[in-house]
Write a protein that binds this ligand. Structure first.
Ligand code: AMP
Length: 418
């Protein structure tokens, strides 16, 4: 039975139509170009991973579990669509033996991620990230490097007005004692906290610091700051990262409330926001160090640092700032057969494709309608075939802007169009 309603796209996903592609490609090409300038190599990992990889490193209680696209069980494996790239890239680094090569491995990936987010502007269920990872490097130099790389990308796509927020969240050595202090601070306030935050207080107290609940905001100001409770190694790393950024002339704001909720994140965390945006707005790129991630996946303990940039949001800002890449016509040349000349038209198109993009009008309609179509397409030339002329393996070449028309042999077309 025919459907009454045409089938639409799934909720929260988008088509990128041809007119939007040039800006999109520009964002991706600048990403690849800046990554290469910094000596990063491209890697592509599957969009499906074992659920375990995603879950083991994901925040069980929180977003990742709720937002995960699980696939039906296939054979013995539970699979999911990747919600982010780092876990898969770290897995590939070991499985592919990159850990045996020169360290660190500098890797980048551009691709789609999937989260069952509540759809809204800037928040999609399939979105694209530019991911950069330096795996196998513990030096603060790499932290500063990926930050500089992220900034260069944003600048190269024309976004200048940005805010970089920076924090350190310590490591397995100093964080536990800090978390006790944080709990001690929040416990007397427990009855004033939102129910979710009351749970976090014992399970994941760091997340109290980035709570968005209005009634909890005043409590943050007097909460102990982790950067004041770092161990010597983390404090030295933290100072070095800031020194390196200062030396690079990269401005940043210290944000003691910028945290990550997972144990494997260590030391540096950072986020880039559009300059005018309030703290509530979504970041354009966020990243940090994850020295505990490899071990959380069951691989040998290996340090790493990186970031994920949101291509969708960057493209939206590029468009909002008036940037436009002039779309090229789909075809430079349109071949118009006037009459039953499909075979000849296809052959002429084949000849012209040696030098130009070519589209053929195979429709049976008036010459006038065909010329109109060529115009709409933005073609620079029309190659007109009529039965008499085509018999001699010749055609009329019309230059669309001047309207000049000349007859010439098919074999002459490539030199004329080049
Ligand atoms: P995250 O992996 O959550 O740290 O996100 C990294 C970047 O990806 C963010 O800064 C956003 O720019 C982008 N991003 C995250 N989630 C979404 C989404 N649902 N839709 C579009 N972009 C997103």
């Amino acid at each position: 039975m025919p459907r009454t309603e045409p089938i639409k796209a799934a909720r929260g996903v988008r088509d990128i139509l041809p007119a939007a592609i040039p800006l999109w490609r520009q964002a991706e090409q600048e990403a690849a170009a800046v990554a290469k300038r910094f000596g990063y190599e491209e890697i592509a990992t599957p969009v499906i991973e074992q659920v375990e990889l995603v879950e083991r490193v994901g925040e069980q209680t929180d977003t990742v579990a709720k937002e995960l696209y699980r696939l039906d069980k296939r054979g013995s494996q539970n699979l999911a669509l990747r919600p982010e790239a780092t876990a898969g890239v770290v897995r590939a680094y070991f499985e592919g033996g990159l850990n045996q090569g020169p360290q660190p491995s500098r890797l980048y990936l551009i691709g789609p991620m999937f989260r069952h987010d509540k759809p809204q502007k800037g928040r999609y269920r399939q979105f694209f990230q530019f991911n950069v990872e330096a795996i196998g490097g513990a030096s603060p130099g790499f932290d500063a490097e990926v930050i500089e790389l992220a900034l260069s990308w944003l600048n190269d796509v024309g976004l200048q007005d940005l805010r970089l927020e920076l924090n350190s969240i310590g490591d397995g050595k100093c964080r536990p004692a800090y978390l006790e202090r944080l709990k001690d601070y929040y416990r007397p306030l427990k009855s004033h906290l939102h129910a979710d935050s009351q749970l976090r207080l014992e399970r994941n107290p760091l997340r109290l610091l980035d709570s968005k609940v209005p009634q909890e905001q005043p409590f943050k100001a007097d909460a102990p700051k982790i950067t004041e409770h770092l161990c010597d190694e983390c404090a030295a790393h933290w100072a070095d990262v800031r020194r390196l950024l200062d030396a690079a002339g990269i401005a940043y704001q210290l944000n003691p409330y910028l945290v990550r909720g997972l144990d494997y994140y260590t030391r540096t965390v950072f986020e880039f926001y559009p300059g005018g945006a309030s703290g509530q707005q979504d970041a354009l790129a966020s990243g940090g160090r994850y020295d505990g991630l490899a071990a959380a996946e069951g691989w040998p303990s290996t340090p790493g640092v990186g970031f994920a940039g949101g291509v969708d949001r960057v493209v939206e800002l590029m468009a909002a700032s008036g940037q436009e890449v002039i779309a090229k016509p789909a075809a430079d040349v349109v071949v118009i057969p006037d009459g039953e000349l499909s075979i000849e038209a296809a052959e002429v198109a084949r000849i012209c494709r040696a030098v130009r993009s070519v589209a053929v009008d195979y429709e049976t309609r008036s010459l006038r309608a065909k010329m109109k179509w060529a115009n709409k397409l933005g073609a620079k030339w029309v190659v007109l075939l009529t039965p008499d002329v085509a018999k001699r393996r010749a055609a009329q070449l019309r230059e669309m802007t001047s309207g000049e028309q000349t007859e010439l042999d098919w074999v002459e077309l490539p030199t004329r169009l080049a």
